[in-house]
Design a protein around this ligand. Sequence first.
Ligand SMILES: Cc1ncc(COP(=O)(O)O)c(C=O)c1O
Length: 271
Amino acid sequence: MIGFSNGVYHSVSEISIPITSISINRGYGAFEFFGIVKGRAFYGDRHLNRLRRSMQILRLKTNYDEQLEEIVEAVITKNQLSDAYLKLFVLPHDTAATDHRQASLYVYPTQMPLFDSLLYEEGGRLVTKNFQRFLPEAKSTNYLAGQYWMDEQNDSRVVDVLYHNGHSVQETSRGNVFIVKDGTVITPAENVLNGVTRGLILECLSKNGILHAEAEVSLALLYSADEVFLSSTTKHILPITQIDGRNIGSGKPGRLTREMIRVFQQLKDSY
Ligand SMILES: Cc1ncc(COP(=O)(O)O)c(C=O)c1O
């Protein structure tokens, strides 16, 4: 596989970063991750815009800020990618900083294992934790809390950790959350990453005339929801049927969740 390493196309296995990098020493960096569907970046424009937004929030710049689209195209072409994923990293290496940190850009193809189809039929499970991501609108490389808490789980049906602030829920460590209550689909409005999948789902809900809102979701509303589902680039729409050991709704994936899985699949198939 060929990747882009700050100006040079290399075999991915040869791409490395300096051990002295502040991206390692301080865990500072931005990244982006998206699917390649039939040789095209799936809503690549939205992902690259979000990367630019993350870089703005984290005060990062590279020598390639205006060429992200061309570099993504080149990596797709050089690897003849059809169905795959791409990762982009923006990593500062120097400790010195002025108003913006100079960072290096890395782009490379990757594959993701498919999630167990049983999770889509029966639903996954979540555990909740009181935690707020720092600068939540930025897709930073800091996933320490989520990774640490996921490593503690020994139930293979626990798919992620859902963050709350003691009153309301925000998002999971790697995805956005939606609940359904009395026919209305609700997703938290604040202190979340603006998920590209989340945005596509909101558009699908509008197009299909399904009542929905971006609003606060209290813990009480979460536990009493009729349905819950997650959204992300890798999971697409994943039904959640148990949270903290409590069943959600009937304990089976609900009608609106199944409907949205179908609609989202159509969107992907027709891309
Ligand atoms: C913290 C967080 N929230 C939400 C998402 C979902 O975003 P997207 O749908 O763009 O994959 C992600 C994806 O990585 C994430 O890390």
